[in-house]
Design a protein around this ligand. Sequence first.
Ligand SMILES: O=C([O-])C(=O)C[C@H](O)[C@@H](O)C(=O)[O-]
Ligand SMILES: [Mg+2]
Length: 420
Amino acid sequence: MTRIAAVRVTPIAFRDPPLLNVQGVHEPWALRSIIEVETQDGRVGLGESYGDLETLGNLERARAGLVGLSPFDLNGLTRVVYEAMGTPDVGAPYPPQGDKARASALAAFEVAFLDLQGQALGLPLYEVLGGKVRDRVDFSAYLFYKFGRHKDDPGYPADDWGEALTHDQMVAQARRMVDTYGFGSLKLKAGVFEPDFEIETLRALRRAFPDAPLRIDPNGGWTVETTRRVLPQLLDGGLLEYLEDPTRTLKEMGEVAAFCPIPLATNMVTIAFGHIPETVRLNAVQVILTDHHYWGGLRATQTLAAIGRTFGLGISMHSNSHMGISLAAMTHVGATIPNLAYACDTHYPWQEDEVIEGGKLTISGGSMAPPEGPGLGVTLDRDALARLHRNYLDCGIRVRDDAAEMRKYRPDWSSRLPRY
Ligand SMILES: O=C([O-])C(=O)C[C@H](O)[C@@H](O)C(=O)[O-]
Ligand SMILES: [Mg+2]
């Protein structure tokens, strides 16, 4: 069996539009890391993770220990990552405060190991993961209030989506998303303006797309009392399929759940296996938006889905700004999860750059089929990797800071939560 001969982690920066959220506004460059795990026989498995300094440091700590492992030795990979992160007891209970950093490092390499397994077997990754239960994975439109251009000239032309600060502009954005990608569900990133204004936007979307399930995600920007006050308006019309992270803590989500008749979803309060006991005890969340990047990888995502079935929790998927390696991984695992009950989030339509050969993957009819090649089914475009790495070196951003970016527009901006 071939062994791992080299592991490379390359930070990249790609163009990102000025999208607004409760923290502030996206900077002109989004950071990611591209992971290459190369075997003695010259195969390269790919992974993609965050590009902030802490993640890069964690990946660097584990990197050298992977050399010599078999790509099929996922328990060996887990042991190496746990030891590198200073928590050697692989069998210990999951910490109740979560273990996002460790799980994120594990996930980055696990996807590359699984990619190699698929390549060695000549099978698509979904086969390695147990086989698909659906041919295509549904995604939802991810709608953002946004500025027309970045405050400082980033050295590239403004995106062609334009400004979205009014209800009509948001409907136009949704129309383009639906026309281009065929999305059936619409998610509004909220917590930016007063809740009443954002609910007016939802109403405009509802009028324009009478049948599309809607979601709103204030990212913990509301208090429990604000949520109680606006809930009747949110429920009006019955099209909200779930309410995502209205409040900031698990306890507050439990308080909201006690009076909220529709499911509460989260990618903020239940983000690790160690959070599940308290989540269930409080009945705080009914839909977990999984994300293989921080739950510990693709197999961990399948485990989470099984736990969801056990406790009657719905499963959908969260996303940050990402490239095609992540989209391929999300789609492969999404195809294998029987209880993936909702269209998944993806930032992908907002990204103009790509790091894989052939350019951007295609979402059509609101869904995507997992790429069919062996493993992930995507290969690295080395020229693009070099270009995006050069962006990273030049852009000066080392940690995402939406609040600092917003202070360029509004010097008194603070990202305190709850905002409303
Ligand atoms: O669903 C979510 O909470 C996200 O996707 C979090 C992200 O940080 C999103 O809000 C963003 O990138 O602005
Ligand atoms: Mg969210």
